[in-house]
Design a protein around this ligand. Structure first.
Ligand code: FMN
Length: 347
């Protein structure tokens, strides 16, 4: 039977059983916006927690996992960006990224319910290490071609990231990212038909309508990022959290203005100016990140959202200032009310 023909509730239930959750909603990995507290709250409600470890040293990643495990039973993923080849020189831009191989070793020691990737594929030796420890690999893909590559490389789940998503695009080839902006309604069924592994939908999902739609399109679960940014447990700057409430879909815009890689943010004064016809072209990643660091740090101090790195997906205005536990429970109960009832075929 084609995957899309299977009943969405049964498909979601099978995903939950396999990955140790009660609700098919995953907190998105969000670098700089994933303290243990938001995962603890989402996991208490039966959802899947997340740590986006890009900027974290190995010890910090281990401390994150220990804190979450000390507070709640359940499942979480740890996420890394796949570095661009050739490796980023240590002195590029203003920031020195933690060592990727050492981060990978920390992930193996922690053995989370899933290790996830974005912007490429883990090197085969690391995939072998994951397999030998039975740690599932969730690979982000923004195109059908990338999803197929990830499946062939050993991924256990595809995270289908639609162009609606807040934060950075997960394109394997960042140079082509702007030419390959696929919306989630086209992306999920296309990837579901192209691979044999479960698909998790990400991008613009922020309430029960979005979760039910994702499951109807063939996904096994939904990821929400921006929807959790206003939670008290997520602890983002209040100016950013408040601005999300007034961000219409067309005011969540894609630019390379903050880091040199394309990402979706609130259309702040800075992001709009950087997209202007007379604006200088952004430097490559991570040099642009280094160049914007002083402005972003100053904005954090002064509370000036117009100069903050205020990531936002296109459904930002649906984000509510509620606990991540309440959001997880509410969104799943809204989705269940919309999903067709399971019909037990007795023949
Ligand atoms: C603040 C922020 C930071 C993010 N950082 C990461 C990251 O480090 N790794 C990753 O795989 N995805 C990252 N993402 C993308 C999310 O994992 C997810 O794909 C996205 O939030 C889904 O779209 P939504 O925001 O509309 O729910 C980030 C998103 C946001 C909003």
């Amino acid at each position: 039977m084609m995957a899309f023909m299977s009943d969405p509730r049964s498909r979601a239930a099978a995903f939950c059983d396999r990955f140790g959750i009660r609700v098919p909603i995953l907190l998105a990995p969000m670098a700089g916006a994933c303290p243990p507290s938001s995962s603890i709250a989402a996991m208490r409600a039966g959802g899947f927690g997340a740590c986006a470890a890009l900027l974290m040293q190995p010890k910090e990643i281990e401390d994150w996992a220990a804190e979450v495990r000390a507070n709640v039973d359940g499942s979480f993923q740890i996420n890394l960006w796949i570095p661009d080849p050739p490796p980023v020189p240590e002195d590029a831009g203003d920031i020195a990224l933690p060592n990727f191989d050492e981060q990978c070793q920390a992930l193996l020691r922690i053995a989370p319910a899933a290790v996830s990737s974005i912007m490429g594929l883990y090197p085969p030796p690391f995939v072998g290490e994951l397999k030998s420890r039975r740690i599932p690999w969730f690979a982000t893909a923004t195109t059908v071609a990338d999803a197929k590559k990830a499946e062939a490389a050993g991924a256990d789940v595809i995270i289908a990231q639609g162009m609606e998503a807040g934060g950075h695009r997960g394109a394997f080839d960042a140079i082509k990212a702007e030419q390959q902006l696929v919306g989630l309604f086209a992306l999920v069924p296309a990837i579901v038909d192209a691979v044999r592994i479960p698909v998790v939908a990400a991008g613009g999902i922020a309430d029960g309508r979005g979760v039910a739609a994702a499951l109807m399109l063939g996904a096994s679960a939904a990821i929400m990022g921006t929807a959790f940014l206003r939670c008290p447990e997520t602890k983002v700057h209040p100016a950013w959290a408040d601005a999300l409430a007034n961000t219409t879909p067309e005011r969540a815009i894609l630019s390379r203005a903050f880091t040199g890689k394309p990402g979706r943010s609130i259309a702040t004064d800075y992001a709009r100016a950087a997209l202007g016809a007379d604006a200088p072209a952004p430097a490559p990643y991570p040099v642009q990140r280094g160049l914007t660091t002083p402005m972003r740090l100053e904005a954090q101090k002064t509370g000036d959202v117009q100069r903050m790195q205020a990531w936002a997906g296109q459904s930002a205005a649906l984000a509510r200032a509620e606990s991540a536990s309440i959001i997880t429970k509410r969104v799943w109960s809204e989705a269940q009310a919309l999903l067709p009832k399971t019909v037990v075929d007795r023949h």
